[in-house]
Each structure stands twice: as C-alpha cells, then as structure tokens.
Design a protein around this ligand. Sequence first.
Ligand SMILES: [Zn+2]
Length: 80
Amino acid sequence: MPYFEGWKRDVQLRDLSEQQGLIISCQRCGFNRKATKGSLCASPERELMTIEDVEVDCICMTTGCLGKVKISMHGRHTAP
Ligand SMILES: [Zn+2]
C-alpha cells in the first residue's frame, strides 16, 4: 500500500464529519459514486471501522460488476 494511503488505517468513519464527501470508485469498471459517512454507516458498528476496512467491505454497486473499490476524500483532505 502506498504511503499516502496510510490515513485510511487511522481514520474511522466516526471521525468524519457528516458533511465530509467521499468518493467510492470501482477499480474494475471505473464507476464513481459519492458517499457520506451517513450512507456508509448502515449499522452502528460500522462507525468503528476504519476507511481501509470499509474499502474492503464495499463492492461496486453497478449491476454485475461487484469489483473492488477505492475510497477517497472529496474536497478537504484530512491530514494523516
Ligand atoms: Zn464496477
């Protein structure tokens, strides 16, 4: 994992503000979708997951793709 991806291991979903935009991009088909903390927190336990964990847990929502996704911050970047 590249150094600049390291913040994903340190940041939990609960650390993000409700307004923080996230981009979930598929590594397979390239489809991007916007997300927020709220849309990713399907259950309270998810708040304790790191961004890295959520990345592993998420799959592309495009029909039939189910590819791996990458999560990035939209707008202001949280310092690692
Ligand atoms: Zn996809």
